[in-house]
Design a protein around this ligand. Structure first.
Ligand code: ADP
Ligand code: MG
Length: 414
């Protein structure tokens, strides 16, 4: 038998400096160390990286990590190296690939990050055959499924590659997969059904509210007055980001910066750094902003328009309140948003239109419900939540409930 979970806990302290595992991390790590293929569905911020980085440092051979974005890979690389884990990336952006291949062949790497495009390259398969592999870790595994919200055809090449190494366990990781997508990921990556581990999705400190948009600037400025901490406002286009950032800065008197892919890289990096440092800044951004950003004290996330799906909504609102303190998620929607989304639907290829429409319908269900928002969200992710959470607009506005909450607030603050 290989190393066990007690040894893993010791290495967790020694390598990462963490007191203990969080959530389902120990279950996932134990399975991986036992050589069993696993799909771990864990919310953003739950600590998915550790579930392959730690075993990689403990197991014989290299852990091959498939990750869809080179930028995220380099963040991960820095973090792994900071923890004393031997890691490298093999991407088109690297100049040192010769050294990386040599290090891999010499068995000197714990982690090797690659993009999914590698999977279909015969030379890459040959390279993998030249040294022992401990584990295949597939990050953002929902990309393998057409049911997921971010299908990447290259992920489909992973299965034949991994099948060429049948004794190497597979660890698929995702934050955002409904029941349908999960089943598809298991099938597409060849992971047995009993390998599924799902962490709780509830973020009890986030208060959800979804309102109709009547005066966007006034509505968000009000939120900014009520909530002086750092916030993110998601807007649908670059032009709207620019405009809204100006309007909100003027209306609120608070520091506001824009963020979108059209800004100069230097400006973008500076704005992001300023936000991460700040205790009162509001970032108006497209959804390009947030991935891989570790800012625990974001106090609100506002959507100036509908997100792409419930999965996207959960992921984007999930950037609020990672420190566990109260935080707000406010979506301001208009009928025009749905008209536009339906318009886009007509441009989607035939074979994918059905799943896209289902996604839009699910989102409409969340927006239109008179019931508990959290219950709709959690049911979407396959959980069986109570009917009322007491911390969303519909629960708080329900007859009788708000009085009780008001009373509770008075009692608690007395
Ligand atoms: P995910 O990929 O699930 O969104 P990450 O792997 O990026 O999450 O981890 C999120 C943050 O949580 C990181 O800053 C990481 O260092 C931290 N973290 C992970 N596991 C633990 C733990 N057991 N104790 C404390 N912090 C942890
Ligand atoms: Mg991650």
């Amino acid at each position: 038998a290989g190393p066990g979970i007690d040894e893993a806990r010791e290495r967790l302290r020694a390598l990462f400096g963490f007191d203990d595992f969080r959530g389902v991390q120990p279950q996932v790590v134990a399975r991986v160390l036992a050589g069993r293929s696993t799909l771990a569905v864990m919310p953003t911020g739950a600590g998915k990286s550790l579930t392959y980085q730690l075993p990689a440092a403990m197991m014989e051979g290299t852990c091959v990590v498939v990750s869809p974005l080179i930028a995220l890979m380099h963040d991960q690389l820095r973090a792994a190296r900071a923890n004393g884990i031997a890691a490298a990336t093999l991407t088109s952006a690297d100049a040192d690939w010769r050294e990386t291949i040599e290090a891999f062949r010499a068995g000197a790497l714990d982690l090797l990050y690659v993009a999914p495009e590698r999977a279909s390259q015969p030379a890459f398969r040959e390279m993998l055959a030249s040294a022992p592999i401990a584990l295949f870790a597939i990050d953002e595994a929902h990309c393998v499924s057409e049911w997921g919200h971010d299908f990447r055809p290259d992920y489909r090449q992973l299965r034949p590659l991994m099948d060429a190494f049948p004794h190497v366990p597979r660890l698929a990781l995702t934050a955002t997969a409904d029941a349908h997508t999960r089943a598809d990921i298991l099938a597409q990556l060849g992971i047995p059904g009993d390998g599924l581990i799902v962490a709780g999705f509830d973020r009890p400190n986030i208060r959800y509210a979804i309102r109709h948009r009547d005066n966007l600037v006034r509505q968000i400025a009000e939120l900014m007055r009520a909530e002086p901490g750092p916030g993110i406002v998601y807007a649908p286009t670059r032009a709207k980001v620019e405009k809204l950032a100006q309007q909100l800065g003027a209306a609120s008197g608070r520091p506001v910066l824009p963020y979108h892919a059209g800004l100069e890289p230097g400006v973008r990096a500076a704005n992001q750094a300023a936000f991460v440092e700040s205790e009162d800044m509001v970032m108006v951004a497209t959804i390009a902003f947030g991935m891989g950003i570790d800012k625990p004290d974001v106090r609100f996330v506002a959507h100036a328009g509908i997100p792409k799906s419930i999965e996207a909504y959960y992921q984007e609102t999930g950037r609020a309140g990672r420190d566990g303190d109260p935080a707000q998620a406010v979506m301001l929607w208009g009928a025009g948003d749905f008209a536009q989304a339906r318009q886009r639907l007509s441009e989607v290829p035939d074979d994918r239109r059905g799943s896209e429409r289902a996604r839009l319908d699910a989102l409409a269900g969340l927006i239109e419900t008179a019931g508990c928002r959290r219950a709709v969200l959690l049911r979407h992710f396959g959980e069986d939540p109570p009917d009322r959470c007491g911390n969303c607009d519909n629960c708080l506005d329900a007859p009788g409930v708000s009085d009780v909450t008001e009373l509770a607030r008075k009692l608690l603050s007395a």
